[in-house]
Write a protein that binds this ligand. Structure first.
Ligand SMILES: Nc1ncnc2c1ncn2[C@@H]1O[C@H](COP(=O)(O)OP(=O)(O)OP(=O)(O)O)[C@@H](O)[C@H]1O
Ligand SMILES: Nc1nc2c(ncn2[C@@H]2O[C@H](COP(=O)(O)O)[C@@H](O)[C@H]2O)c(=O)[nH]1
Length: 184
């Protein structure tokens, strides 16, 4: 499970886990409009407010005015193919997910020293400037900058101020995970 504030690099980390460790991301659902480069069924299952309620959710949240949810359907589809999967969640969803799935879940919490950089990262990603403003003014944005108390004991913090530094921390985490799994 990968969590942290918007723009800290959660999706970038999940892509790295896919490319380097063949860990596939669990697709989640959202009512947010598609970004110019996003693909239905790959980046998200894009839902209408009506179709959103047709899935069975492990958890669902409202984030900056849109609904997001991680479905049992998507998780089981990922587990059918692989022993490990990653999922990208806001911190509220991450707390619920950890509570529901227990020891099956490992948490990466992404941080950045200077949150002002996040705005430029989102704009460089091609996000609509109005959506970026709304998001940075949302209570969810402020909340997700801080590692929640509920995840403190179990989360591994990954500082993503620069990618080389983040990559090294992820590789170290994966090494430790491989050792843990081999020990069972
Ligand atoms: N270490 C880094 N240095 C510079 N840019 C980065 C770094 N990590 C990620 N980025 C870029 O920052 C942007 C945001 O990254 P990403 O989409 O992975 O964030 P996110 O946490 O998934 O965001 P959101 O929660 O809004 O979906 C992307 O354009 C990505 O390429
Ligand atoms: N609790 C959940 N959070 C989710 C889910 N899918 C994505 N997210 C998080 O929402 C925000 C915004 O995402 P964006 O793609 O619009 O930038 C971000 O923190 C994601 O991690 C979910 O199913 N449940």
């Amino acid at each position: 499970m990968i969590t942290g504030a918007t723009g800290t690099g959660k999706t970038t980390v999940s892509r790295y886990l896919t490319q380097t460790y063949n860990i596939q991301r669990v697709m989640t659902h959202t009512t947010r409009p598609k970004r110019f480069n996003e693909v239905e069924g790959i980046d998200y299952a894009f839902e209408t407010p009506e179709s959103f309620d047709h899935n069975h959710y492990i958890e669902d949240v409202t984030y900056a005015g849109y609904r997001y949810g991680s479905s049992y359907e998507s998780l089981y589809a990922a587990w059918d193919k692989h022993n490990f999967a990653s999922i990208v969640l806001d911190t509220k969803g991450a707390i619920t997910y950890a509570q529901k799935l227990g020891v099956a879940v490992k948490t990466l919490f992404l941080t950045i020293d200077d949150p002002a950089i996040l705005k430029s990262r989102l704009l460089e990603r091609g996000d609509d400037p109005k959506m970026v403003e709304a998001r940075l003014e949302s209570p969810e944005y402020q909340r997700d900058l801080v590692l929640p108390a509920e995840l403190k004991a179990s989360a591994t913090v990954i500082a993503n101020d620069n990618w080389e530094q983040a990559e090294a921390q992820i590789d170290q985490f994966m090494k430790a995970l491989a050792k843990e799994v081999a020990g069972f």
